[in-house]
Design a protein. Structure first.
Length: 476
């Protein structure tokens, strides 16, 4: 039933990443996650309900950010690949980008309530483009470093698993966003999101920048000797890598499957389960998100073990099947008859989603080694950038579809709790079954991914025969 699992290879002691390095690297996600999820989770609700901006238009605005990201990411990836500073290839951009994010993120939410919806929308897009540019400068080098911290495929999975623990701890708090911005101490949700933005700015200046000054870049000495490559040549070579295209397709399908229904699920909870009670929906979302993240954190060691024991392909297949089951269960668990059953739904989905997003990025680091074998160059930044670009295009499409479906379903803020039954049914159908279709397609693609444990080990031996062994010592 599952893809064939090859014998596993043990991680040598010298290939292990020190706990202090994992902690320093992962600390940045304390800033990155709020900087991403505040927009993904509640921007549409705040802009629609507080400022009267059409949901489809909001979807267009967020899609514009992602398309802009998709355009700028490859340039940033190539720029960091070619950087030869005394501080390394990635860290200078991460520090500068973190400061810029701290400045631009709060600006996104300073529109006046007296403005027309059109004016507020145009301001949101302008400020959001500035923030998106800052986040590109910050995030592309950041996500690239993990492939450089060790040459061992399983230790990279362990590093990503450690990062995922921190991400999930932060995401617990993100589950309470809706509850927080609806507190009675705020004039409305717009004031609440401004406070969140201010806290996020402080996080970028502390957790997002300072720890990254001390993260090592072990591949820097080797990379500094290789010939610089132009962005267009890099894009061409990256997109001609067949294995990379399979991985991109799998990640794109999962992005579409989960992000299209992200905000939609909150609307389903508010108007279908709770009859328009935003505060109650926000409270249950908080409990559900907390349950999901707690179980996700507890399950991370299991997923890391599963990946080592059976291989990444088989582990991904098992997680994909779990995602199908957990998503289908929402048709029965998200119900006004038992509002708190949504907590069970979150608890089922959280761990399998976590497993998927541990394994897929770990597969990307193996593709970087495979590319080095083919081309002789290490281009972590370019692969990360193009992968995130395509993912962001998928996210843009997902947000656009989410807003469009919400609009076409007949949802109107003016209807309040009295939304038509047909509208609620359409929202529920998309919320449950669209992710199932996307995940099913991903499961089909796993069969065609060739980099199993045996092949990754062979590639490492070939690379070390060509350039010598590389362990955890930084030489910059």
């Amino acid at each position: 039933m599952f893809p064939h699992a090859h014998p596993r290879y043990e991680t040598a002691p010298e290939d292990k990443v020190a706990l202090s390095q994992k902690l320093l690297y992962s600390a940045a996600t304390v800033a990155i996650i709020p900087g991403m999820q505040i927009i993904e989770r509640i921007a549409q609700v705040v802009l629609n309900i507080c400022l009267g901006i059409n949901p489809t238009l909001i979807g267009v605005g967020i899609a514009i950010f992602r398309v802009w990201d998709a355009f700028t990411d490859p340039f940033m990836g190539n720029l960091s690949d070619n950087c030869r500073s005394r501080w390394g290839r990635r860290r200078p951009f991460i520090v500068a980008g973190g400061v810029l994010c701290a400045i631009t993120f709060p600006l996104m939410w300073l529109m006046s309530r007296s403005w027309s919806p059109t004016t507020a929308f145009l301001y949101f897009v302008g400020a959001g483009l500035a923030y998106s540019t800052a986040m590109t400068i910050y995030s592309v080098p950041y996500w690239s470093i993990v492939a450089e911290m060790t040459p061992d495929t399983h230790e990279r999975t362990n590093g990503i698993a450690f990062r995922t623990v921190i991400i999930n701890l932060v995401t617990i708090a993100m589950g309470w966003l809706m509850w927080f911005i609806t507190l009675k101490c705020f004039q409305d949700e717009l004031e609440g999101i401004r406070w969140l933005a201010g806290v996020t700015s402080i996080l970028f200046l502390t957790f997002g920048t300072i720890p990254m000054m001390f993260v090592k870049e072990p591949f820097f000495e080797q990379a500094s000797k290789q010939k610089k490559i132009t962005v267009w040549v890099s894009i061409k070579e990256t997109m001609s890598n067949r294995v990379f295209l399979i991985l991109v397709s799998m990640m794109l399908l999962m992005t579409l499957g989960m992000q299209t229904v992200g905000t939609l699920g909150l609307y389903v909870s508010i108007y279908y389960v709770f009859g328009g009670d935003k505060a109650a929906a926000g409270l249950v979302a908080g409990y559900g998100g907390t349950a999901a993240m707690v179980l996700s954190i507890l399950s991370i060691p299991f997923f890391a073990w599963l990946s080592r024991k059976l291989g990444k392909k088989t582990a991904l297949y098992i997680n994909g099947l779990g995602f199908l089951f957990a998503t289908f269960s929402q048709w029965f668990l998200v119900t006004p008859a038992h509002p708190y059953w949504q907590i069970i739904s979150g608890a089922l989905i959280g761990p399998v989603v976590t497993g998927i997003w541990i394994i897929l990025p770990s597969m990307q680091t193996d593709v970087v080694d495979y590319d080095e074998l083919l081309t002789g160059c290490r281009r972590e930044g370019s692969f990360t950038a193009i992968l995130t670009s395509i993912s962001k295009v998928g996210f843009a499409l997902a947000v656009l579809l989410s807003g469009l479906i919400l609009d076409l379903s007949g949802f109107k803020v003016a209807f309040g709790k009295d939304q038509p039954a047909e509208t609620l049914l359409m929202m529920r159908g998309l919320f449950v079954f669209f992710p199932i279709v996307m995940a099913g397609l991903m499961l089909l693609l796993i069969r065609f991914y060739p980099l199993d444990d045996k092949r990754c080990h062979e590639i490492r031996l070939q690379l070390e025969a060509r350039r010598g062994e590389l362990h955890g010592t930084e030489k910059v």
